[in-house]
Design a protein around this ligand. Sequence first.
Ligand code: SDX
Length: 373
Amino acid sequence: MAEENIHKGLAGVVVDTTSISKVVQETNSLTYRGYPVQELAASRSFEEVAYLIWNGELPSEEQLREFTARERSQRQVDPRVIELILGLPKDAHPMQVLRTAVSYLGAADPKAEEDGTEANQAKAERLLAQIPTLVAVDHRRRHGLEPIAPDSELGFSANFFQMTFGEVPEDEVVRAFDISMILYAEHSFNASTFTARVITSTLSDLYSAVTGAIGALKGPLHGGANEAVMAMLEEVKTADRAAEWLDEALSSKKKIMGFGHRVYKNGDSRVPTMRAAFEKMAAVKGADDLLALYNAFEKDFVDRKGIYPNLDYPSGPAYHLMGFDTEAFTPIFVMARITGWTAHIMEQQASNALIRPLSAYNGEDQRQVPSKD
Ligand code: SDX
């Protein structure tokens, strides 16, 4: 095969259709089932958007009532999973813990191998309800605290704060978190979603596909970037040190976390909405210095390289101000992206073809095995 036919990283390659979301590079826009994401973030809850991503339509009041009742009724996880998490090494990364716990949920689900949209929708909704509980249990154990049971009186985001910190913060903090869930929920054939589709294309089960997707999202070139952004800003420390830090980083060819994107080349359509949520958090928490560092660093890097922030750049410091541990930022990303992953899993199942690309061989020419004697 000629070299020019090779598309490393599948850059620019269209491999299938999807009706779930549309990422428009030219206009830096993103729509979920035809609705612009910034409009959804401005007026809807994450629960409504999760319903939309799965069902293709926004829920009626009755549909939303039934959907949220199902979600709230499934938040409690199998006690054996809590034992599993509590028994894992304290220094295991939260994404390793979450990957292990989700895999266990699959092994313990007697219907794990059941096929069909109804069975898979039920598994997807169960994971939506239970992943926050898993993330919160892991947080509590790292802080030497007992797990806090889910509260079915609270909405998705408020319940996560309650399970993690034992209290629900100001409304604007909960709203900022809910907006981040909406923005993180879905993004077409990103690396972790495509991983889920590859696994699904072999007719493997939903839990295997989600476990693989968690592994893909963990990497710092993908979901792990939001954790890396906060670690980077903490290393830079203050706005007046941004230039010097960037001099050093760029001279050693470092990738600057939270910037650049395979599809968006003129800026990530989700950033303005998440930036506004971060600025609101900074105002609520009086974090003027972090906001100044955030703005100075971004301006300097964009001026130098013309590479723009992606969603992970504002979401990292926003989660930091909400009080979450930096290592928990990517598991929080999973709490949202489970909707996109499982929607794509069901879409792949509905019109499947085994995903198996070609490779161009560039090794030794064929040769004979030398005789031993
Ligand atoms: C997410 O795909 C999705 O939709 C993902 C996501 C989603 O919602 O699922 O949007 C979530 O993963 C966002 C991306 C998070 N990752 C990071 O922030 C890590 C830092 N970003 C880079 O590693 C990079 O921008 C990628 C990996 C995101 C995209 O890289 P590409 O498309 O493969 O582009 P590239 O690496 O080939 O870069 C082109 C040029 C290179 O320069 P040259 O080697 O050609 O001289 O731009 C440079 C790169 O070095 N470049 C960067 C850079 N991003 C691109 N240089 C420094 N820092 C960066 N961040």
